[in-house]
Design a protein around this ligand. Structure first.
Ligand SMILES: [Fe+2]
Ligand SMILES: [Fe+2]
Length: 203
C-alpha cells in the first residue's frame, strides 16, 4: 500500500511521539537494534500464527492474517540479511518490556469477540509504534541502505496497522472498537513515557 495521507493521519493517533534522542542512540547501537528488530519480526509472525490457531472460527481473520505471516517472516529474512552483510550475528532474544506491558492491558475473559478484538488492537498498536520508529530511522540515520530498508518496512507495517484495526472494527463494530481504541492509545502512551530510552531496543 502507498504511504498515503490518510495513513499518515491515522498514525498521528499515537498519543506520544518517540523521544527524538532514541534514534541517535539507536544509530550508535545498530547491531543491537537489528538483532532486536529481527526478533520483533519473528514475534509479529508468531503472533499472527497464534491468532489464526486461537481464533480459527473467525474466517475473515484467518484469510487476512495468513498472508501477513508470510510478510512478517519475509521481514525477518530481510533483517537477517542486513545483519549478515555487516558481519553481525542474530544473538539471543531480549525481554520485550513494551509488549509485556501491552499484554497486561488485554481484557481477560469476555466473549470471543472481545478476546479477538483485544488481541487485534494490541497488535495494531505494536505495528503503529514500529512504523513510527522505522520512520524515524529512515529519516535520521546515515546508512543509506538502512534508510531505504526502514522506509520500505515503515510502509509495510503501516499496512498491517490498518489491517489489524479495520479487522477489529469489522468483527467488534466500529463504535465499540473506536471507544476501546482510545483507551489503548492512552495506555500505550503511558508505557512509552515510562520506558527507559535504550539504544538496544526497537521499542
Ligand atoms: Fe514486519
Ligand atoms: Fe507488521
Amino acid at each position: 500500500m502507498n504511504w498515503t495521507e490518510s495513513t499518515r493521519q491515522k498514525m498521528l493517533n499515537l498519543q506520544l511521539p518517540t523521544d527524538p534522542r532514541w534514534v541517535n542512540i539507536a544509530e550508535m547501537n545498530i547491531e543491537d537494534i537489528l538483532v532486536d528488530h529481527a526478533y520483533c519480526e519473528q514475534k509479529a509472525a508468531s503472533s499472527c500464527i497464534s491468532m489464526i490457531v486461537q481464533f480459527n472460527d473467525f474466517e475473515q481473520l484467518v484469510a487476512e492474517l495468513t498472508p501477513v505471516v508470510a510478510e512478517e517472516w519475509g521481514h525477518f529474512e530481510r533483517v537477517l540479511e542486513q545483519l549478515n552483510k555487516r558481519g553481525f550475528k542474530l544473538g539471543k532474544p531480549r525481554r520485550d518490556e513494551y509488549v509485556i506491558k501491552l499484554k497486561d492491558f488485554v481484557k481477560k475473559g469476555g466473549d470471543r469477540i472481545q478476546q479477538v478484538t483485544e488481541h487485534l488492537m494490541m497488535n495494531a498498536l505494536v505495528e503503529a509504534r514500529s512504523c513510527e520508529r522505522f520512520k524515524l530511522l529512515s529519516q535520521n540515520i546515515e546508512d543509506k541502505e538502512l534508510k531505504v530498508f526502514y522506509y520500505e518496512l515503515m510502509i509495510s507495517e503501516a499496512g498491517h496497522y490498518v489491517n489489524f484495526l479495520e479487522l477489529a472494527r469489522s468483527i467488534g463494530g466500529k463504535e465499540k472498537i473506536n471507544e476501546r481504541w482510545k483507551e489503548w492509545l492512552q495506555y500505550e502512551a503511558g508505557i512509552i513515557s515510562n520506558l527507559e530510552i535504550r539504544g538496544d531496543r526497537m521499542h
